[in-house]
Design a protein around this ligand. Structure first.
Ligand SMILES: Cc1cc2nc3c(=O)[nH]c(=O)nc-3n(C[C@H](O)[C@H](O)[C@H](O)COP(=O)(O)OP(=O)(O)OC[C@H]3O[C@@H](n4cnc5c(N)ncnc54)[C@H](O)[C@@H]3O)c2cc1C
Length: 303
């Protein structure tokens, strides 16, 4: 049985791993990937020590630092469930492997929220994407749609108007993002906004060919020909694996106190998957460090 399992390999998980290793805990990090959302970020200007660094470059540095320490890492598979067992916790991976530990830290972050319309599932990765920063350049000189009206959608528009032939922004509401972002995009000559419109379907056989939208007031429908659809309607926490084990808040985030403790002794959580309000790399890293130190304290008390 390990002392500690760290589930998730983003900034919170990687930082927790370094702190756990420095406390000489027998720890294991299990993650679907290394880097999490940071892999989707082109330029980071607010991680201290770097005035500007690309996401994958920052993650490479995190990984190099973790690898300085003798800590077990299993990357490439998700953890599908976590249960309480006598003396600790048991995690089961998607591939059916079992890991047990005395304490655990959940640092599984967030994933993009799906739109839930016909065609989305079938055309995912075939023109339907959830990351304009990562995939925008693939749609150079094409007509594309960005779905959403908040900061994520406006940032996506700002990215893709530079490469696409034309961008349609479709939002259920008036724009809700920061005024500075609204001002930045609204003058773009190749942008048409459909506010208070809903997406009814994404169409196409093997690749996205268009979207159908409906005006919420007049109920009038129209079809737009596009080759790409960027769904930017926010993120949802990857907390399914602890549903029924620890308390989640109304929006599915794991509830923790200021010591990163959940309401289950020995189970800690940190980063974007928790109810800690600010979702930033530096915050996730700091929270990951706190969680590992608290887990160490818990294990010391266990003896
Ligand atoms: C497009 C974009 C741009 C951003 N730009 C910035 C920025 O400029 N500056 C900034 O500070 N922040 C930025 N952020 C926010 C920042 O990326 C996040 O706050 C940060 O990555 C959160 O770290 P985390 O470790 O909590 O979670 P994540 O980064 O989400 O990592 C979660 C990890 O858990 C793994 N995982 C998930 N589910 C499971 C499972 N069931 N089993 C095993 N492993 C699992 C994932 O594979 C991943 O490795 C941006 C986010 C996005 C989406």
């Amino acid at each position: 049985m390990y002392d500690l399992m760290i589930i998730g390999g983003g900034p919170a998980g990687m930082t927790a791993a370094v702190y756990a290793a420095r406390k000489k805990l027998n720890a294991m990090l299990l993650s679907k990937d290394v880097g999490g959302q940071v892999n989707w970020t082109l330029g980071i200007e607010n991680y201290m020590g770097y005035q500007l660094i690309e996401g994958p470059e920052l993650i490479k540095k995190f990984e190099e630092q973790v690898k300085q320490f003798p800590i077990g890492m299993k990357v490439g598979e998700g953890v599908s469930s976590l249960s309480r067992i006598s003396g600790g916790f048991e995690a089961k991976t998607d591939g059916g492997e079992i890991y047990q530990s005395k304490a655990a830290i959940i640092v599984t972050g967030k994933r993009p929220r799906p739109l839930g319309v016909p065609g989305e599932e079938k055309l995912r990765g075939r023109g339907v994407t959830y990351c304009a920063t990562c995939d925008g350049p693939l749609f150079a000189d094409m007509k594309v749609a960005v779905i959403g009206g908040g900061n994520s959608a406006l940032e996506a528009v700002d990215d893709v108007v530079k490469v696409a032939e034309h961008v349609y922004l479709v939002s259920l509401t008036q724009l809700t993002g920061d005024q500075i972002l609204i001002d930045k995009v609204k003058g773009a000559g190749n942008l048409t906004m459909f506010l208070e419109h809903e997406v009814v379907a994404i169409t196409g056989e093997n690749l996205v060919g268009g979207i159908k939208i409906r005006n919420l007031k007049t109920k009038q429908e129209r079809a737009l020909q596009v080759g790409g659809v960027f769904i930017e309607i926010g993120l949802m926490p990857n907390s399914d694996l602890v549903k029924g084990v620890a308390t989640l808040n109304r929006i599915g985030e794991i509830e923790v106190n200021c010591n990163n403790e959940t309401d289950v002794p020995g189970l800690f959580a940190a980063g974007d998957v928790t109810n800690v309000p600010e979702k930033q790399i530096v915050v996730a890293a700091g929270e990951g460090a706190k969680a590992a130190l608290q887990a160490h304290r818990y294990l010391q008390r266990l003896g």
